[in-house]
Design a protein around this ligand. Structure first.
Ligand code: SF4
Length: 932
C-alpha cells in the first residue's frame, strides 16, 4: 500500500507492508517523485514506531492534574470537553478558548479543527507548532510575493548550478533532498555557525556568528551594488522597492565586522550568485527561528530579486519545510495569523467567503494569539481552555518553566495524542486517543507544494480515532452536527478544496480519488486546469501591482546579547535521526541516540568553564537551566555553544534545552527566537538514579516546581554503574546542593559500589533499609546525613523501587509508562509484573538497555495483542540464568506467548532487537534465544 512519511517536509513516498493486521515493514516508493525509493533512518524505522507499547488506547479524564486519570467512554469525554468550552465561552468569551495544533496533523484534521475553533467556537486562537517552524518564511513570502508558498520545486535542486544554504543542516534534517542535491553536484555554499555535516560537505563554509544573518545578507546585497551586478532597469520592471533596498544595504566590510565572515568571502558569494546560470537558495530553522526571522528571509529573497535568480528552472528562494504537513496547515489556515486558505483576517471579501462556506455565523474580528502569546494569556487566565493536538508544547515552547506554570493554570487542558505520557499529556485533564500514522487516511503537502495521499493501512488500536473525527465529534456536541457530519476524510478534503477556489493555492481539481489514481500533485491545480510545479515564471506575483516586492530590512541583532555573566551564545537544533521532542523516535532504540543531551563547546570555552570532553555541564540562561554531557568541537566559533532541543522535562526534569530559550518574538511572524540564547556554562552536580525510582524522584522534583540549582538530570532508563556516563561524576560529590540516588535494587553493582562512593566523600542518607549487609550498613552509618538532605547520596532499596513502580502504574491506567529496566535486575519485581500483580494494559514495550559493559536487557512484548494481560491470566513460565543473567518468557493461560525478557551480552541483545524489528513475533525471539 502506498503512503507518505509523516516526519519531515520532504514528503517521501512509502510502500507499506501489512501482515496479520499490523504494519510489518516500510520501504521507499521508487515511483514517488520526491524520494524515488530513498528513505532516511526515520522513515526506515516507521514500522517500529507504529508498535510502541505506550499507546493511548481510550479516553482518560481526571478532575485535576494531581489526581489519577480514570478511563471514560468517548461520549463522556467529549461531553466533558464541550461542556467546559460552553461554560468558559459563556463566562469569559470565546477568546478564552484556544486550540494548539501541529504540522504532524493531516490537512483534513487541520481543516476540521480550524472550522471548529474559528467557525463554531468563535475563537481566533487557533495556532500551531508551525509557529515555531515556518512562520517567518510564511510572513516573508507574503511580503515578497503577496502569497505564502515557495516558488520552486524539487527538480530545481538538480537544475541549479549554484546553491546557497543558510541556516539549514539538510544533510541531517532533510537527508533525502541532500542526497538529490549532492547527486547533481552544484557549487555548494553553506552558511552556519557550526561545521555541520552539510557544511563539511560544501565547497565553501561561511562560519557566521550566531544571530548575524541579516548583516551577512545585507553585506552580500551591498557587494552586488558595489560591483554593478544589479541590472536596475530589469529589476524595476519585475520588482518594487529597489531604492529603499539600495539605501538599506551594508558595505561588505561593515557586514564582516558584525557577522565574522571575511568581506572577501561575502563579495565572492554575492558575485557567484549574480553570475550563476541558475542559483538556488535553501533555508530552514536557522533563518526562521529568530527575533528577526522574517527580515532574514526577506534579505535572502532580496538577493534573488536583485540578481534575477527567480521564476525560472533551477533559480529561486526555496524554503525547506520542517514538518511533514506544515504546508498543509498553512493552506488550511491553521495559524492564528491567517483566516483560511491564504485569506487574511482583514480581507472583507475573504471573510465573507469563509463565513458563507462554513455557515456558522460571525467570524472572530481579527487575528488570534500565537503560540508564545498563548502562554502569557494562560498565565494571566485570559485563556482558560487549551486543546492540544499532536504536539508537545511543554517541551518545545521557549521559557519552558513558564510554559509549565501557565499550563497548570488552565481550567481544562485537553491533550489529543497517540501516546501517553508526553511532557504535555502528564499535565492534562482530558486525554483523547488519536490514530497514528498508518491508521488514518488524509493528505499532506510537501515542501514543494505537492499534495499526497497517506492511506490507512491498519485499524487504530483500542478506541483511538482519527483526529478529524475527534474534532467533528466535539463540533456535534457543541451544537452543530450538520456542519461536522462528514462520512469520511475524502468528504472533508472536498469541502476544504472548494474553499481554495480562485485563490493562489487553488486546488479544486484535487480529490482523494485523483491523488490515489495520479499520485501526488502540485498546487495550484484548479478544476479544468493543470498543476504548476513552479510559480511566478510569468513574473506575475500576488501583489497589487503584480511585481515582487524588495523589502528593506536593517540589522538589529539577536534579542539577547552575551554578557559578562552569560558570555556564550547558545544555538539549539536537531540531531540526525531524532525528531522534535522524541514522542515518536524516542520509542525506537535505533533512533533514540544517547541517554543524555550533548553540549558542544569550543575548546577555549570549555577550558574557561573548567570542563573537559565527557564532563557534565550545567547551562544557565536568564530563565532556567539545563544539563548536558560536554563534547569539544574546535570548528565552533569561540563563544558559541550548541545543544540539541530533543529533551523535555519528562526526561530532563532538572532542565531541558527550551527551559533556557527566550520568549523574544519576531514582530512580523511572532516566531520565537529559539536559535540564540545567552548562557553561562559551568561544571554541574548530578542526580543519579535508575528506572522506576528515577521516575519517582523526577516526579518529586517536578512537584517542587522550582529549578533545583545544581541538580542534574535523573537517569530514567536504568542504573549502570562502572563505565556508565555518570560514574565519574558520582565518584566526586558535588560542592553545592547536588544529590545522587543510588538504587540498590538495580542489581548487584550498586551495592558493590557503595563503599567506593562513601570513600569518595559522599555523605549518605537512607531510611532504614534493614536488609543492608552489616558491613555496608556500618560503613554507611559512618557518613550518615539526614534523609533527602541536599548534597548527599540517597540510598534506596527494593521496596522503594517496587512502590515507585506500583505508584507509576496506578497513575497511568493506560499502562503507558512502560516497564523500566531495573525490573530486570530485580527478578522478584519482574515476576510480580509478569504474573499480573502489577499488570496494566499496554504496559509492556520493547526495551533494549545497557545494564553494564557486559550485559544488556531485552524486553519485548506485544502490548496490543489483546485484552489485558491480567484478564488473560498471564503465566510466568520460565525464570532461569542464561548467558549473563536471566531470561524469561510470559504467555497467556491459553498458551499465546506475549513477550520475552532476557539479559544478554550487548551484541546478542542488538541481534535480538533486530530480529524483533524484522518481525515482532515473541515466538521468534523465543526460538532464537530458547528458554526452558
Ligand atoms: Fe521521512 Fe523526511 Fe526522512 Fe523522507 S527525509 S524518510 S520524509 S523523515
Amino acid at each position: 500500500m502506498k503512503s507518505v512519511c509523516p516526519y519531515c517536509g520532504v514528503g517521501c513516498g512509502l510502500l507499506v507492508d501489512v501482515r496479520r493486521g499490523r504494519i510489518h515493514a516500510v520501504r521507499g516508493d521508487p515511483d514517488h517523485p520526491a524520494n524515488r525509493g530513498g528513505l532516511c533512518g526515520k522513515g526506515q524505522q516507521l514500522a517500529a514506531t507504529a508498535r510502541t507499547g505506550d499507546r493511548l488506547l481510550r479516553p482518560l479524564v481526571r478532575e485535576s492534574a494531581d489526581r489519577p486519570f480514570r478511563p471514560a467512554a468517548w461520549p463522556d469525554a467529549i461531553d466533558r470537553v464541550a461542556g467546559t468550552i460552553r461554560r468558559v465561552v459563556a463566562e469569559h468569551g470565546p477568546g478564552a478558548v484556544a486550540l494548539y495544533l501541529s504540522g504532524q496533523l493531516l490537512t483534513e484534521d487541520y481543516y476540521v479543527a480550524n472550522k471548529l475553533g474559528k467557525g463554531l467556537i468563535g475563537t481566533p486562537n487557533v495556532d500551531t507548532n508551525s509557529r515555531l517552524c515556518m512562520a517567518s518564511t510564511v510572513a516573508a513570502y507574503k511580503r515578497a510575493f503577496g502569497a505564502d508558498g515557495p516558488p520552486g520545486c524539487y527538480e530545481d535542486l538538480e537544475l541549479a548550478r549554484d546553491v546557497l544554504v543558510v541556516g539549514s543542516n539538510l544533510a541531517d534534517t532533510h537527508p533525502v533532498l541532500f542526497g538529490r542535491l549532492r547527486g547533481a553536484s552544484p557549487h555548494l555554499t553553506v552558511v552556519d555557525p557550526r561545521r555541520t555535516p552539510s557544511a563539511a560537505a560544501a565547497d565553501e563554509h561561511l562560519a557566521i556568528r550566531p544571530g548575524t544573518d541579516v548583516a551577512l545578507l545585507l553585506g552580500m546585497a551591498g557587494a552586488l551594488f558595489e560591483a554593478g551586478l544589479v541590472d536596475e532597469a530589469a529589476v524595476s520592471r519585475r520588482c518594487s522597492g529597489l531604492e529603499e533596498v539600495r539605501a538599506a544595504v551594508l558595505p561588505p566590510e561593515r557586514a564582516a565586522a558584525v557577522c565574522g565572515v571575511p568581506a572577501a568571502a561575502i563579495r565572492a558569494v554575492a558575485g557567484r550568485l549574480a553570475g550563476s546560470p541558475a542559483a538556488l537558495s535553501l533555508w530552514c530553522q536557522g533563518l526562521n527561528q529568530a527575533a528577526d526571522g522574517t527580515d532574514r528571509v526577506n534579505a535572502l529573497i532580496n538577493l534573488h530579486l536583485l540578481t534575477g535568480q527567480w521564476g525560472r528552472p533551477g533559480a529561486g528562494p526555496f524554503s525547506l519545510t520542517g514538518q511533514a504537513n506544515a504546508m498543509g496547515g498553512r493552506e488550511v489556515g491553521g495559524m492564528a495569523t491567517e483566516l483560511a486558505c491564504h485569506r487574511a483576517w482583514d480581507d472583507p471579501a475573504g471573510r465573507a467567503e469563509v463565513q458563507r462556506h462554513w455557515g456558522l455565523g460571525e467570524l472572530p474580528p481579527g487575528r488570534g494569539l500565537t503560540a508564545v502569546e498563548l502562554v502569557e494569556a494562560m498565565a494571566e487566565r485570559r485563556v482558560r481552555v487549551l486543546w492540544v493536538a499532536c504536539t508537545n508544547p511543554a517541551a518545545s515552547l521557549p521559557d519552558g518553566r513558564a510554559v509549565r506554570q501557565a499550563l497548570r493554570r488552565l481550567d481544562l487542558l485537553v491533550v489529543q495524542d497517540v501516546v501517553h505520557p508526553t511532557d504535555t499529556s502528564e499535565l492534562a485533564h482530558v486525554l483523547l486517543p488519536a490514530a497514528a500514522w498508518g491508521e488514518k487516511t488524509g493528505t499532506l503537502t510537501s515542501s514543494e507544494r505537492r499534495v499526497a495521499l497517506a492511506r490507512q493501512a491498519v485499524e487504530p488500536p483500542g478506541e483511538a480515532r482519527p483526529d478529524w473525527a475527534i474534532f467533528a465529534a466535539a463540533g456535534a456536541a457543541l451544537g452543530a452536527p450538520h456542519a461536522f457530519a462528514w462520512r469520511d476524510p475524502a468528504e472533508v478534503f472536498d469541502e476544504h478544496v472548494r474553499l481554495t477556489a480562485g485563490r493562489d493555492l487553488d486546488m479544486t481539481a484535487l480529490s482523494h480519488d485523483l491523488l490515489a489514481r495520479d499520485g501526488p500533485q502540485h498546487w495550484p491545480y484548479p478544476a479544468g486546469g493543470s498543476p504548476r510545479a513552479r510559480r511566478y515564471e510569468d513574473g506575475r506575483c500576488h501583489t497589487p501591482d503584480g511585481r515582487a516586492r524588495l523589502v528593506p530590512v536593517a540589522y538589529a541583532g539577536p534579542a539577547e546579547s552575551p554578557t559578562a555573566e552569560r558570555p556564550l551564545r547558545l544555538v539549539t537544533g536537531r540531531e540526525r535521526d531524532r525528531w522534535h521532542t522524541q514522542t515518536r523516535t524516542g520509542r525506537v532504540a535505533a533512533l533514540r541516540g544517547g541517554a543524555e543531551p550533548v553540549l558542544a563547546l569550543h575548546p577555549d570555552d570549555a577550558a574557561a568553564a573548567g570542563l573537559a570532553a565527557g564532563g557534565l555541564a550545567h547551562v544557565r540562561s536568564a530563565r532556567g537551566a539545563a544539563h548536558a554531557r560536554v563534547t569539544i568541537d574546535p570548528s565552533l566559533a569561540p563563544g558559541t555553544a550548541f545543544l540539541p532541543f530533543h529533551a523535555g522535562p519528562l526526561g530532563q526534569p532538572g532542565g531541558w534545552a527550551n527551559a533556557l530559550t527566550p520568549r523574544a518574538l519576531d514582530p512580523v511572524s511572532f516566531q520565537p527566537e529559539l536559535k540564540h540564547t545567552a548562557v553561562r556554562v559551568r561544571p554541574g552536580a548530578v542526580v543519579v538514579t535508575g528506572g522506576a525510582l528515577a521516575d519517582a524522584v523526577a516526579a518529586r522534583l517536578r512537584e517542587r516546581g522550582g529549578d533545583p540549582e545544581g541538580v542534574l538530570r535523573v537517569v530514567v532508563a536504568e542504573a549502570p554503574l562502572s563505565g556508565a556516563p555518570w560514574w565519574d561524576v558520582a565518584q566526586a560529590p558535588p560542592p553545592g546542593p547536588g544529590m545522587a540516588v543510588l538504587d540498590l535494587a538495580a542489581g548487584p553493582e550498586p551495592l558493590a559500589a557503595l563503599p567506593a562512593l562513601v570513600d569518595a566523600g559522599w555523605r549518605v542518607s537512607w531510611e532504614g533499609e534493614r536488609w543492608l549487609p552489616a558491613p555496608v550498613r556500618r560503613l554507611v552509618e559512618r557518613r550518615l546525613a539526614a534523609p533527602g538532605e541536599p548534597g548527599t547520596l540517597r540510598v534506596a532499596g527494593p521496596a522503594a523501587t517496587e512502590c515507585a513502580v506500583r505508584d507509576a502504574l496506578v497513575l497511568a491506567p493506560g499502562g503507558s509508562l512502560g516497564i523500566h529496566a531495573p525490573l530486570s535486575g530485580d527478578p522478584a519485581t519482574l515476576a510480580a509484573f509478569l504474573n499480573g500483580e502489577l499488570a496494566a494494559r499496554g504496559a509492556l514495550r520493547r526495551v533494549v538497555a545497557a545494564l553494564s559493559p557486559r550485559s544488556s536487557l531485552v524486553l519485548a512484548g506485544d502490548p496490543l495483542g489483546g485484552p489485558d494481560d491480567a484478564e488473560q491470566g498471564v503465566d510466568l513460565l520460565v525464570h532461569e540464568d542464561r548467558v549473563a543473567g536471566t531470561a524469561q518468557v510470559w504467555r497467556t493461560a491459553a498458551g499465546q506467548v506475549l513477550g520475552v525478557a532476557a539479559v544478554l551480552p550487548p551484541a546478542v541483545a542488538a541481534d535480538a532487537e533486530a530480529l524483533w524489528l524484522a518481525d515482532p513475533d515473541p515466538a521468534l525471539l523465543r526460538r532464537r534465544f530458547p528458554v526452558r
